[in-house]
Design a protein around this ligand. Structure first.
Ligand code: UT7
Length: 346
């Protein structure tokens, strides 16, 4: 059976650097609090002149395709992971197909938030293993800056998120390099504790718009009550997410290792979703991994959700910290809850 290997990788972050001190202009927070609780020093925000989740994703994708020695027309399938799409629908995948002038290939958007990229890698891997596709473009991209509550009310969420994109090209190979296994999980019991409820069809939306006038319909989509109650912004019970994350990260990494008869010491590079530096450090400690085997860049980019794993993977690779034959572990946990891991022989 074919395997899928990472043939090309790319990243993009906006030029616009926002430091912790910059955020103190909008909300009651401090550089000290943010660094101590999250490890974040700065993040990037998209510029105001047309930079979107898709344009950032395309920049990362272009680099990944070039890196793989391919042309956009060589790609057989697109998978785009994001929670901040340009449009409510259609997804960003079709916009990539259009802008890169690709063939009329399939395009799939994945909405799995922080674990979206690892889920996307897993989906791509299945298509390649079955022989259906040879070259798959996988993108993770987010423009969080558009949808954050920048007042003190939203500070527990807003200080941690940033914008950016990462992408890989997965390619069919007969060698023993590439993805060894992927492991996907969910538990919807706590779906609402890290969620953005609107726009959505949950209980505050009701039926037939013909029964309502324009003002009433507008109110259903974006009412003052929604703004006042911060219902148009992400909500998070950070402590509850933190507690679950530090259990599920090691669990799903252990599952990937066990599936391949390996031990934590066999990992050459762990690339965890960049949720909080303290989470990565606790996971590192539980697995007894030395500093050089865990890659973190949350200090510079904050939490970029679906983009965080490919951004960190790109930088680890670009800095020469991942070499051919290395065992690389990707792991993510986030909203849903959903969590996932992928083990790769580089
Ligand atoms: O990738 C998606 C998954 N998300 C995560 O993995 C996030 C996991 N959770 C976390 O990273 C942390 O829970 C946070 C960084 C979000 C929050 O850190 P914490 O240590 O759990 O703080 P907390 O929510 O318990 O809040 C402690 C205090 C509170 O004040 P009082 O009640 O003790 O007076 C907060 O109001 O810190 C206050 N606070 C802030 N103060 C300054 C909350 N946010 C801020 C802020 N600046 N930005």
């Amino acid at each position: 059976m074919k395997r899928s290997m990472i043939a090309g990788i790319g990243m993009y972050v906006p030029k616009n650097v926002i430091t912790n001190n910059d955020l103190t202009r909008y909300m009651d927070t401090s550089d000290e609090w943010i660094q101590e609780r999250t490890g974040i020093q700065e993040r990037r925000y998209a510029d105001r002149e047309g930079e979107t989740t898709t344009t950032m994703g395309i920049a990362a994708a272009t680099m990944a395709i070039e890196n793989a020695g391919l042309q956009p027309t060589d790609i057989d399938f697109i998978i785009f992971a994001t929670l901040s799409p340009d449009y409510y629908f259609p997804g960003c995948g079709v916009l990539v197909q259009r802008e890169l002038k690709m063939r009329e290939i399939g395009a799939l958007d994945i909405r799995n938030q922080c674990s979206g990229f690892v889920y996307a890698i897993s989906v791509a891997d299945q298509f390649i293993k079955t022989g259906m596709y040879k070259n798959i473009l996988v993108i993770g991209s987010e423009k969080h800056s558009f949808g954050l509550d920048m007042s003190t009310r939203g500070r527990n969420v807003s200080v941690i998120f940033g914008d950016g994109a990462g992408a890989v090209v997965l390619k069919a190979t007969d060698s023993d390099r590439g993805i060894m296994s992927t492991h996907l999980h969910s538990d919807g019991e706590s779906a609402e504790i890290l969620a953005m409820y609107n726009p959505g069809t949950h209980a505050n939306r009701w039926g037939n718009y013909a029964d309502f006038n324009d003002a009433e319909i507008a109110d259903m989509f974006m009412s003052h009550q929604m703004v006042d109650n911060a219902q148009l912004f992400p909500n998070m019970d950070g402590q509850a997410v933190f507690k679950k994350a530090v259990v599920k990260f090691p669990e799903v990494i252990g599952e990937a290792l066990a599936a391949n008869g390996l031990q934590p010491a066999d990992i050459d590079m762990l690339v965890p979703h960049q949720a909080n530096l303290r989470i990565s450090q606790m996971v590192q400690k539980m697995l007894k991994l030395p500093d050089e085997k865990v890659y973190n860049n949350i200090q510079r980019y904050g939490n970029t959700t679906a983009a965080s794993v490919p951004l960190a993977l790109y930088e680890a690779w670009n800095e020469g910290k991942i070499k051919e034959g290395d065992i690389v572990c990707l792991a993510a946990f986030g909203s849903g809850f959903t969590w996932a891991s992928a083990l790769i022989r580089w």
